[in-house]
Design a protein around this ligand. Structure first.
Ligand code: 16G
Ligand code: MG
Length: 561
């Protein structure tokens, strides 16, 4: 590394000393902490983003400043790789080491070592390009400045500020830029609204929809998603969206609002009340990469009927499967129709057992990965059509390039032989879904439009959708322990292989409950062990979760040490 580059790194990093006594970790989805602790981390992630771009032939890399559903005073930072997906796991240890380097000299040493090991071309031979985005958190502005400083401490690196955007918008823009297609926010809105229109135009004429079902009320979590939906909805015909908690009416980000709150607490968010009984409602999280639906069943309580990620997955799977079977119907044309696309469905252990049974009964291949989008997305990408969702509402549909090519040519053939046939419409619908749904990462806005188009296509109310299957009662708890890394899991987090004996004890408890299922895992975002239990009644699920939490405390809690 040349002298000039070394002294640039030393002088700029001296302006961003790391916080004392805190160890930061890249975690499941980037660094997250109290915003006041993050200046140095974000500056260093800026350096990492520039190096990543140089390593990958100057591809565009994304850097997003957000702490998603966490409280407003927190913030965070994560990297999007050139595909629009998450940072390669292979670089996470370097991210951890960078964030925790105690001094400018240590930092420089780490960078020199890494640059050599990875063979990264420095000294401005090629430019590095980084797209920057942030959510609505007040701390975002100064953290963005820190990111810019980090980026400009690598010679020849250029930062392009996209302003306040949702996390999925930034991932989408990174992906689009690297594909060489239009990548502005306007292009994003244009792609979503035109593919939505296309799906709406292809709705079968007999499909019926009640007056009340035309309306959708969305809780924007007082974050960036509500703001963007206000813009997007102006481009949509045939759908009346009312946005509440858009952040303009004085509400606080994620406080008593948002997808995480609604999914975990199962009560109405602020701004919703008994007056909304029967109306289709949805909730976004703070950076709009999660979405859940709900309805208020009765005027007398604040409880909701939750429609979670599992049910969105089921809705998407039913629709895609139906379109594939129409497309592959024997008949009209057999040119190029022998391709059997592989459809896969990916869940985590948090998926309600009833959803997995339902999907398997549909004849679908259901696979499990550990928690965290990076694992689900990677697995989904092994299929021609991979549909993945976490129960918490993060998910999307991933289409393989080869399947999309085949679909384009199939559509072309069908349009010349049997234009306007059901088969051709099925091809067009699948193509529209591939454009509407964000291929880079789960996206509450694009997911919401796909749900709306499919419900309209099926003629289903939110109640009809809820009744696809009945969720098994479940309970989630968290337990503080001395050291959460003492729990090691296997089989997509369903089995605890360490500490020795704990899984046998969990099995013995679980066996006492009809339809009982329970697992434990260390959280990737909080210093706790999470406990999940489900069983045939709510009382049984609660009791199983409590017993397993006690086991965790016995094996690992403060009283055991
Ligand atoms: C992060 C993950 C989310 C996961 C959650 C689990 C991404 C983009 N986000 O928010 O998918 O469900 O962590 O948190 O990957 P936990 O490990 O604390 O339970
Ligand atoms: Mg989020």
């Amino acid at each position: 590394m040349k002298e000039q580059q070394q002294s640039l790194l030393l002088s700029s990093s001296a302006r961003f000393p790391p916080p004392q006594g805190v160890r930061l970790s890249y975690g499941t989805a980037g660094f997250r902490a109290d915003a006041g602790l993050l200046q140095s981390t974000v500056y260093r992630v800026g350096i990492l983003a520039a190096l990543r771009s140089l390593k990958l032939d100057s591809s565009v890399i994304g850097l997003m400043i957000t702490a998603s559903h966490n409280k407003e005073s927190d913030n965070g930072v994560k990297i999007a790789d050139p595909s629009g997906g998450m940072l390669s796991q292979h670089w996470e240890p370097f991210a951890d080491a960078l964030a925790n380097a105690p001094s400018p000299q240590h930092l420089l040493h780490l960078i020199i070592e890494f640059v050599e090991k990875e063979n990264i071309p420095l000294e401005g031979a090629r430019p590095a390009q980084i797209l920057l985005g942030r959510d609505t958190r007040p701390s975002g502005e100064s953290l963005l400045e820190a990111a810019k400083q980090g980026i400009s401490s690598i010679l020849g690196a250029v930062a392009i500020d996209m302003g306040i955007v949702t996390t999925p918008q930034l991932h989408w823009m990174v992906r689009a830029r690297n594909k060489g297609v239009k990548a502005s926010e306007l292009d994003y809105f244009e792609q979503l609204s035109s593919s939505f229109r296309c799906l709406m135009d292809l709705i079968p004429s007999g499909s019926t929809f009640n007056e009340v079902d035309y309306k959708l009320v969305v809780d924007g979590a007082n974050g960036v998603g509500g703001e963007k939906l206000e813009v997007l909805k102006k481009r949509l015909d045939g759908l009346a969206i009312e946005v509440r908690n858009s952040g303009k009416d004085g509400g606080v980000l994620n406080e008593g609002v948002g997808a995480d709150y609604v999914q975990k607490e199962k009560v109405v968010p602020r701004g919703f009340s008994s007056q909304d009984v029967g109306i289709r409602c949805a909730s976004l999280d703070g950076d709009a990469d999660r979405l859940v639906y709900f309805s208020v069943p009765s005027e007398s309580s604040s409880k909701i009927d939750l429609v979670d990620g599992d049910k969105m997955l089921s809705l998407f799977a039913v629709f895609i499967k139906e379109q594939l079977s129409i497309l592959n119907k024997e008949g009209h044309t057999d040119v190029n129709s022998d391709y059997q696309p592989r459809l896969g469905v990916i869940q985590t252990a948090y998926a309600n057992g009833a959803s997995t049974d339902y999907l398997r009964r549909l004849g679908l291949e259901v696979l499990f990965t550990p928690t965290g989008v990076k694992y689900l997305h990677e697995k989904a990408a092994e299929y021609d059509i991979g549909i993945y969702f976490e129960a918490n509402g993060h998910g999307t549909i991933v289409f393989s390039e080869s399947f999309l090519c085949w679909l384009e040519s199939r559509n072309y053939e069908l349009s010349s032989v049997v234009k306007g046939s059901e088969q051709q419409k099925a091809a067009l619908r699948l193509l529209a879904v591939s454009k509407l749904i964000n291929q880079a990462v789960g996206d509450a806005l694009s997911g919401l439009l796909l749900v709306e188009a499919i419900l309209r296509h099926m003629g289903w109310s939110i109640h009809r959708w809820t009744e696809l299957y009945q969720d098994l009662p479940s309970r989630q708890l968290k337990v503080k322990v001395v050291d959460r890394t003492a729990v090691v899991t296997a089989n997509a987090e369903t089995v605890a292989v360490r500490p020795p004996g704990i899984q046998e004890a969990i099995n013995a408890e679980t066996a006492k409950y009809p339809q009982g299922r329970s697992f434990i895992r260390p959280s990737g975002t909080e210093d706790v062990i999470r406990v999940y239990a489900e069983a045939s009644t709510q009382e049984a699920a609660d009791s199983l979760a409590n017993s397993v939490a006690k086991l965790v405390d016995q094996f690992l809690g403060f009283s055991s040490s």
